[in-house]
Design a protein around this ligand. Structure first.
Ligand code: ADP
Length: 446
């Protein structure tokens, strides 16, 4: 730049000097030429300093802007880039930097959103690149696979210890869609997980592994299997008896005494099957919430007394004392009378059937403005403490041999569903003095 200025200024002054030289005497020519070149050098120095100073300022400006960009600040610059070519280039670069900043902001927001989603997922997610390096792992996957904080950027074969999962990822990296692999955690054996890896987009771009917790699904599946097995078993018992006795009847239809006995047995088993099917249908209805409660004022005293009257013959046959009490008598109660009646009928029926001859059954109700509390207590054998939490399960029986002859094993499961439908709670306990005590608390919907 300095040389350009020098050349321009020199040329201008030389031109002036030469022009003057035409009018000057010959002895002064050398002086004029010398002065011309001296002036040219001075003018060149001044012009070059001016241009150089402005250029340095602008280079400084540009270098400050570049430092800001490097520090991640892509906001608009306050600098005045002036209107020449250099300014135009600087403005274009400034605009491009701001656009870049906007895109980086968008990407950061997307990444934060993705991390929030992955972080809140119960499923474990792990992504590896084409070279098999872990690129991304969420907290769930970290916990399930017990990965350290340094897992990212390391080869998955070094960080994942489960051979089935390593194989899955290997197959996915080779472009295959392997079937899921089941794994259980060594520290939480009750949990079952399924890991499934798939190639990302197209072959060669990496793989993504998703880990699902299928514990609840497995449990539900097991419950369903047990239920089907139990129903089959409960139906097979009376069916076998019916089949056997009808065959005996067909073999010897003339023995009047045996015929009567066999028909009674067949009738009893048919009755039991009918009860079982009725209970199953009721449970299915309650499960599907098809029995919505119908609330109306209830004469609780009358309901309790009529129940006791229904069971009086059965209790009398076993010389059992069946007492009832409602406190305060005549207190207003609003609930679904039919459902409450079915709950108490099941509980009193169990109490009568599991309490030995000569025992006592007490049916007590306490009412207040907010709830109705009914207790059915007996002097029977009670329920072993370890079985108390399970007696409300379908087909759960403490002791098959002790089960009531006509019982389906579904009575308490129906009780729990009915009490649920009424918005209440039922609990089983043992009395200190011996015997079982079932307590039902339902809201009084006055
Ligand atoms: P079940 O048809 O066998 O009576 P439930 O569902 O009504 O079926 O009861 C489940 C199990 O709970 C019974 O098999 C019995 O072992 C136990 N049980 C229920 N009520 C009593 C009670 N009052 N005393 C002792 N055991 C009881």
């Amino acid at each position: 730049m300095f040389l350009v200025a020098l050349a321009v200024a020199g040329a201008a002054l030389a031109f002036v000097a030469l022009a003057l030289a035409g009018f000057a005497p010959a002895d002064r020519l050398a002086t004029v030429v010398l002065l011309a070149f001296g002036g040219a050098a001075l003018a060149a120095f001044v012009v070059a300093s001016l241009i150089g100073g402005s250029l340095r300022r602008r280079v400084d400006q540009a270098s400050r802007a570049a430092s800001r960009y490097a520090a991640g600040d892509f906001t608009r610059s306050a600098d005045d880039w002036s209107d020449d070519e250099l300014g135009a280039v600087a403005r274009v670069l400034d605009g491009a930097a701001r656009e870049l900043g906007r895109r980086i902001d968008d990407l950061s927001r997307d990444r934060a959103r993705m991390e929030a989603i992955l972080g809140s997922m119960v499923e474990g997610v792990l992504v590896v690149d084409a070279q098999g390096r872990v690129q991304l792992v969420n907290d769930a996957a970290r916990h399930i696979l017990r990965l350290g904080r340094d897992a990212v950027n390391r080869p998955y074969v070094e960080t994942i210890r489960h051979p089935g999962i390593v194989e899955q990822i290997g197959l996915a990296l080779a472009g295959q869609q392997p079937p899921g692999v089941e794994l259980s955690l060594t520290r939480e054996t009750s949990r079952t997980l399924v890991g499934r890896a798939a190639p990302v987009a197209t072959t060669g771009r990496g793989a993504v592994l998703v880990l699902h917790d299928v514990t609840d699904l497995k449990r539900a599946d097991q419950i369903r299997r047990d239920f089907v097995a139990n129903v089959s078993h409960e139906l097979r018992t009376p069916l076998t008896a019916i089949k056997g006795y009808t065959e005996a009847l067909l073999d010897d239809p003339d023995d009047a005494e045996a015929r009567r006995r066999f028909l009674e047995i067949i009738h009893r088993h048919a009755f039991r099957m009918e009860r079982l099917v009725k209970d199953l249908l009721r449970l299915a209805r309650l499960d599907a919430r098809q029995e919505s409660p119908e609330y109306a004022p209830v004469d609780l005293g009358g309901l309790v007394r009529s129940l006791a009257a229904d069971f009086e013959p059965a209790a009398a046959a076993k010389r059992q004392r069946l007492t009832t009490r409602v406190e305060p008598a005549g207190a207003p109660v609003v609930t679904d009378a039919a459902k409450l009646h079915d709950v108490l009928r099941n509980l009193v029926e169990n109490a009568v059937s599991y309490t030995p001859d000569g025992g006592a059954i007490d049916l007590t109700a306490a009412v207040d403005d907010r709830s109705v509390r009914v207790t059915v207590a007996d002097t029977g054998p009670g329920i072993p403490p370890e079985d108390l939490p399970r007696v409300f399960e379908r087909f759960y029986r403490v002791d098959k041999a002790r089960s009531s002859a006509g019982g389906t094993g579904l009575g308490l499961a129906i009780v729990r569903h009915l009490v649920d439908a009424l918005g209440g709670e039922v609990t089983a306990a043992n009395r200190a003095e011996g015997g079982a005590e079932f307590t039902v608390v339902v809201p009084n919907r006055l």
